[in-house]
Design a protein around this ligand. Sequence first.
Ligand SMILES: Nc1ncnc2c1ncn2[C@@H]1O[C@H](COP(=O)(O)OP(=O)(O)OP(=O)(O)O)[C@@H](O)[C@H]1O
Ligand SMILES: [Mg+2]
Length: 233
Amino acid sequence: MTLELQGVDAGYGRTQVLRGVDLASEPEGVVAVLGHNGAGKTTLVRVAVGLLRPTRGRVLWEGEDITSLAPHRRVARGLAYVPQGQQSFGQLTTMENLQLVADRVRPRARRGALVDAAVERFPALTAVATRKAGLLSGGQRQQLAIARALITEPRLLVLDEPTEGIQPNVVAEIETAVTDLAASGTAVLLVEQHVGFALAAAARYVVLAAGRVASSGDGGEDAHGGVREALRI
Ligand SMILES: Nc1ncnc2c1ncn2[C@@H]1O[C@H](COP(=O)(O)OP(=O)(O)OP(=O)(O)O)[C@@H](O)[C@H]1O
Ligand SMILES: [Mg+2]
């Protein structure tokens, strides 16, 4: 097990969002986090990556308590995060955005290869290499955001709704990239509202409802019934 949340409560000020959430990533493969708008999915991943301190419970990385570890230190240990909403530096070009992450890589000699590998994963980025990120389509921006995260060579990649608001033809490209990544040994924690894709990709799933784990189990076709019931759809 790589990343684990144990009995996590978390929220904003007096508003409690998560209540006693347990979650574990798989050493390889995808764990999907499902749930309706406002269920607490983003809050959960913010706790996972260290942007929000839980008010109760613990976060473990390979068995070690990292509840108080700063986000950048988690990145250094192999935890990468692509926030909801395809954020990059809009005034910088695609390549400059990638280079910015690569500039922190040691040893220096590795930087070029990591940028090349990230672009290879998303060939659509080649055509827009010199375009400002602010002028990219939503799908291109999402691919850039994932490519940036890959340059840190994550062991666990946390993706918060990577296909949200993206044209259907690009959704398939992103889904393929996520599946390929998982197949090539990068564990993925995937927040996703598309139940079909999430369950097809996931080794395990968790459904959040009103900040609690309403259902969890193995992914795949057989999970649809349990997930639909937990989501009341
Ligand atoms: N910064 C904040 N301050 C106060 N309340 C917040 C904040 N962020 C989120 N919330 C509230 O916490 C609850 C859970 O929000 P969260 O963003 O975790 O849900 P989500 O499952 O990611 O939803 P979505 O599918 O819309 O992204 C919601 O009621 C939301 O309004
Ligand atoms: Mg969210």
